[in-house]
Each structure stands twice: as structure tokens, then as C-alpha cells.
Design a protein around this ligand. Structure first.
Ligand SMILES: [Zn+2]
Length: 120
């Protein structure tokens, strides 16, 4: 447990870290005040990172419309399931929408194997 987290949460963490990375890159750029070209490069790179983060946040919004709301059998909270198997957002309980997988060990590969079926 704890090794996996809900996919939406993972993507959200990724988007958040992109913002931080963007600001760090821009901050590094300040050290190159005497070299405007280098500074501009860092500023643009940082800006790109922040733009990418916005795109990822937008993507999360798109994904959220495709999730299925279920009540977690473990913590009784309403959580979102993305794909065939996902984790509870609150307690990381493995959840599946596919009855044939119930009881099997949680494996993120179940999602990849069926990604072509567009059941995301
Ligand atoms: Zn739960």
C-alpha cells in the first residue's frame, strides 16, 4: 500500500510539480541577468513549464468527465475510478469496474493492456 495512488491524484501532483519547476527555472534565469540571451532562454523554459502545467490541469478536467463515481467499500467515501482499475483517492483501496478482476491482486498493467479499447 502507498506504492500506488489514484491516477487523477498522480496527474495532479505532476501538474503541481511542473509549476514549481517552472518557477525554479525562471528563478535560475535571474542569475544570468548579465547574459540577456541566457536569461531569456530560462524565462521561456520556465514559462513553457507553467503553460504545460495548465494544459495538464485542463487534461485532468477532461479526464474527470470520464471517471465513474463509486463508493469505496473500505472507507465509504465517494471516489472516482478512471479506467478499469484505480485506487480510492482517500485510502488507496484498489477498486475495479470489471467483475472478472475482483479479488485479483492490484496491477496497473490491467489498464495498459486494454488501453486500445478506449475504456479510459
Ligand atoms: Zn477508500
Amino acid at each position: 500500500m502507498g506504492k500506488y495512488s489514484s491516477k487523477i491524484n498522480k496527474i495532479r501532483t505532476f501538474a503541481l510539480s511542473l509549476i514549481f519547476i517552472g518557477f525554479i527555472i525562471m528563478y535560475i534565469g535571474i542569475f544570468f541577468r548579465n547574459a540577456p540571451l541566457v536569461m531569456t532562454f530560462f524565462m521561456l523554459l520556465g514559462l513553457l513549464s507553467i503553460i504545460a502545467s495548465t494544459v495538464v490541469y485542463f487534461w485532468i478536467g477532461m479526464l474527470s468527465t470520464k471517471t465513474v463515481q463509486v463508493v469505496c467499500p473500505n472507507c465509504q467515501k465517494t471516489t472516482k475510478v478512471l479506467g478499469r482499475v484505480d485506487m480510492c483517492m482517500y485510502c488507496n483501496e484498489p477498486l475495479t469496474l470489471d467483475p472478472s478482476l475482483t479479488g485479483k491482486e492490484f496491477d496497473e498493467k490491467y489498464n495498459r493492456k486494454n488501453s486500445k479499447k478506449a475504456d479510459m
